[in-house]
Design a protein around this ligand. Structure first.
Ligand code: NAD
Ligand SMILES: O=C(O)C(=O)C[C@@H](O)[C@H](O)[C@H](O)COP(=O)(O)O
Ligand code: ZN
Length: 364
């Protein structure tokens, strides 16, 4: 077994993302040394893993609690956050104690949000168990929950003390979840690192094998893209050159509106996949990219088994959802688009006709 790879996220409080196989021994050193108590937040579907992590931490002398939360997106609610706060209060968690989030991106978003808000912020470590969590959700300090009005509308920037990406944990992951994670990997390819596309295109389904070298390589490259972007612009304020952290939102304006339209029962990566093709069509219709780059999006995403089209009748509701996107300013919608491969920019306030033409291209 090769040594783990460490990617440093060089923000003001730098931390490492450790990537490899069989990494459980690497977890305790990522926790703050002053912690006496630790709470392991895990979804009900990963009870055995959550308990194994809790027990291993207890063996190191920590007072280790488990907090079991609903599966997937249904954990990202104010009620579930409130439940976690009540467990922390009951167990007497202080500012020097810590939280460990074990699960997919939904669980790690919730665990980070609970860590950001308990006592106005305690330390946390994430152990993502999905491709999407490893390459994206666990890295970069965006934490949050959904509300009835939209996706991730309540949250905070709060960075983990470390992230452990144990690729062996992916063995039990359903193949559709791997596909969903690969959407964010492909996103990194189009916005910043085209080598990811070059690695995937000869045999797109090879990356669905969790033991494959190509999966490890594209996941590590995706983490490097995310680490570099957030190191330049942690708070999405436009710092660090170019459009900053907003670049990571490629495909998400329509993607989040689709998730909201589907009452959060649609895979995040699948929604982002459709959203990227929509954004690519917007860029083509605005004269920024040519049809071949749009076709490259469609071909690769479809070859991975991701959707690239959506219901024709959903437009009005999707438009209403997009108006609550965090990139919107007043009544103006703003989209991350490409000016070319790995060249991101913002398309602000496209007219209705352009928006509807782009939607027609993905809803036929
Ligand atoms: N904070 C960020 O920067 C960021 C980035 C990208 C996505 N996200 C968020 O991440 C969420 C999506 O994350 P996700 O795709 O990981 O979904 P998820 O957390 O809902 O997990 C998907 C499903 O896989 C199951 N699962 C997880 N790990 C497993 C494993 N190893 N074996 C078997 N089953 C397993 C889960 O129980 C769940 O049913 C969305 O809420 C999205 O908004 C956040
Ligand atoms: O980290 C970021 O920044 C991203 O935009 C990454 C996205 O993949 C992720 O889904 C994020 O949660 C979306 O953020 P939001 O601010 O649009 O809610
Ligand atoms: Zn995303």
């Amino acid at each position: 077994m090769s040594d783990p790879t460490r990617v440093s996220v060089a923000t003001a409080q730098p931390y490492d993302v450790v990537v490899g196989h069989g990494l459980s021994a690497h977890l305790p050193p990522l926790l703050p040394s002053e912690a006496e108590r630790v709470a392991v937040v895990h979804p009900v579907a990963l009870r055995a893993l959550g308990e194994a992590v809790r027990a291993a931490l207890a063996r190191t002398g920590l007072e280790a609690h488990a907090i079991e939360v609903p599966d997937g997106e249904s954990a990202k609610t104010a009620d579930v956050a409130g439940f976690c706060w009540s467990v922390l209060g009951g167990a007497g968690f202080t500012r020097s104690d810590a939280i460990v989030g074990v699960g997919g991106g939904a669980t790690t978003d919730l665990a980070g949000f609970v860590a950001a808000t308990w006592l106005r912020g305690v330390r946390f470590v994430l152990v993502p168990t999905t491709v999407l969590g490893m390459v994206d959700a666990a890295v970069g300090g965006k934490t949050g929950i959904n509300t009835a009005d939209g996706k991730n509308l309540v949250g905070s920037f709060h960075e983990p003390s470390g992230v452990l990406c144990d690729l062996s944990l992916l063995r039990s992951l359903p193949v559709n979840e791997i596909r969903s994670g690969l959407a964010e990997v492909v996103k990194c390819g189009f916005i910043a690192d085209p080598e990811i596309l070059t690695l995937l295109e000869p045999n797109p389904s090879a990356a669905l094998d969790v033991g494959s070298e190509v999966l490890r390589e594209v996941v590590t490259r995706g983490i490097r893209v995310k680490a570099a972007v957030v190191a330049g612009d942690l708070r999405e304020s436009g710092a660090g050159g170019g459009i900053g952290r907003e670049a990571l939102n490629y495909g998400h304006t329509l993607g989040h509106a689709i998730e909201r339209h589907e009452a959060y029962a649609f895979r995040h990566g699948a929604a982002v996949s459709i959203g990227m093709v929509f954004a690519a069509e917007l860029a083509r219709l605005s004269g920024r990219i040519d049809a071949s780059l749009v076709a490259r999006h469609r071909w690769l995403l479809q070859a991975i088994g991701l959707p690239t089209s959506y219901q024709p009748g959903a437009w009005d509701d999707l438009l209403a959802g997009m108006r609550l996107d965090k990139k919107a300013r007043g009544s103006q919608l703003r989209f991350v688009v490409l000016d070319g491969l790995a060249r991101t920019s913002i398309l602000a306030g496209p007219d209705d006709a352009t928006l509807m033409s782009a939607y027609a291209e993905i809803s036929r």
